[in-house]
Design a protein. Structure first.
Length: 280
C-alpha cells in the first residue's frame, strides 16, 4: 500500500461501505434517519452517491466531511476481494464489521504517516515506523483477524508516539496547552495559536478569522462551522481535508500544500457573466 494514496478514499474501488454500514440520525448533518446496515436511499446500484455534487444543498453535510482514510477500498479490494455486501447477509455482516475496524486503523495509519514527515531520523522515527508497519499489518489480515483487533488497545500504544512527535515538532514555539478545551463558539479572532496543543479540542462555530495556527496540533479537533477566513493553517500539524470541509474559509485562508480549499468556501468560485443579446 502506498503511504499516501492508500490512505485517501477512492470511492471507485469501494462498494459504498460508508453509505451502508454506519447509522446516522436526522440532524443538521443528515437529512434523515438511517439505521446501521441499511443502504442510504441516495446510494445507486453502482455504489456511487446519486446526489454527490449536491450533498450540502440536499441536507447531507455530514457525508461531505466523512473520511474513511482509504479503509473502504481496503476492505472491498483486499479483505473481501471480488465480493459485495449485496451478495448475501453473511457477506454484508462481515464486510460491515471489518469496515468498522479498518476505518479507525486507517486513521491511525494516516496520523503515523504524518508524524513520520515531521520527525527526523532517530529513535522516535524508528518507533513511529515500526508502529506504522504494525498497524498496516493489522489491516491486512483475514476478515476474522481484522474484526478481532482491539482498536482501543492498539490506539493506546500508538498515541504516546504521536504525542511525542507533536511535542518535538512544536518545540520552541511556547504554544499554549489547550488539549480537550471546550471552545464552542469562542471568539478567537486574530489569536496567536502558533504551536498550541489543541488535541481533541471542540472549536465548533469558533471565530478563528485571522488566527495564526502554524505548528498547532489539531488532532481530533472538531472544526464544524468554525470561521477560518484569513486564518493561517499553512503549517498546522495533523490537519486533514475533512476538517477543512467542515469549516468555513476563503481564499485568504492558508492551507498546507497537500490539502485544498474546499469548494464551498467563499470567494472560490466566480459566476460567469453571460453576454447580453443586443435588442433588435
Amino acid at each position: 500500500m502506498s503511504e499516501t494514496t492508500g490512505l485517501r478514499a477512492d470511492c471507485a474501488r469501494c462498494v459504498g461501505l460508508c453509505c451502508v454500514a454506519p447509522a446516522f440520525a436526522a440532524s443538521a448533518d443528515f437529512a434523515q434517519d438511517k439505521p446501521a446496515g441499511r443502504p442510504c436511499p441516495q446510494l445507486r446500484a453502482d455504489s456511487r452517491c446519486g446526489i454527490h455534487d449536491e450533498l450540502r444543498e440536499r441536507g447531507y453535510p455530514g457525508c461531505v466531511v466523512f473520511d474513511c482514510f482509504g479503509a473502504g477500498q481496503r476492505v472491498s479490494q483486499v479483505t473481501y476481494p471480488g465480493r459485495d455486501w449485496r451478495d448475501d447477509p453473511a457477506t454484508a455482516a462481515g464486510m460491515f464489521a471489518a469496515f468498522a475496524v479498518a476505518r479507525p486503523l486507517h486513521e491511525l495509519l494516516w496520523y503515523l504517516t504524518e508524524a513520520l514527515t515531521l520527525t527526523p531520523g532517530g529513535p522516535l522515527r524508528d518507533q513511529l515506523r515500526a508502529a506504522r508497519d504494525a498497524t498496516d499489518a493489522l489491516t491486512a489480515g483475514t476478515p476474522e483477524e481484522l474484526t478481532s483487533v482491539d482498536v482501543d488497545a492498539h490506539r493506546s500504544r500508538v498515541n504516546p508516539l504521536l504525542s511525542a512527535a507533536s511535542e518535538a515538532a512544536r518545540a520552541g514555539t511556547g504554544g499554549a496547552d489547550r488539549r480537550g478545551a471546550m471552545l464552542l463558539g469562542a471568539n478567537l479572532r486574530g489569536t496567536n495559536l502558533v504551536g498550541a496543543n489543541l488535541r481533541g479540542a471542540c472549536l465548533v462555530g469558533a471565530d478563528l478569522r485571522g488566527a495564526d495556527l502554524r505548528r498547532a496540533d489539531v488532532t481530533g479537533v472538531d472544526l464544524r462551522g468554525a470561521d477560518l477566513r484569513g486564518a493561517d493553517l499553512s503549517r498546522t500539524l495533523f490537519l486533514h481535508q475533512s476538517q477543512l470541509e467542515a469549516a468555513r474559509g476563503d481564499r485568504r485562508t492558508g492551507v498546507p500544500p497537500t490539502l485544498r480549499h474546499p469548494r464551498h468556501w467563499t470567494g472560490l468560485t466566480v459566476t460567469p457573466v453571460r453576454p447580453t443579446t443586443p435588442a433588435r
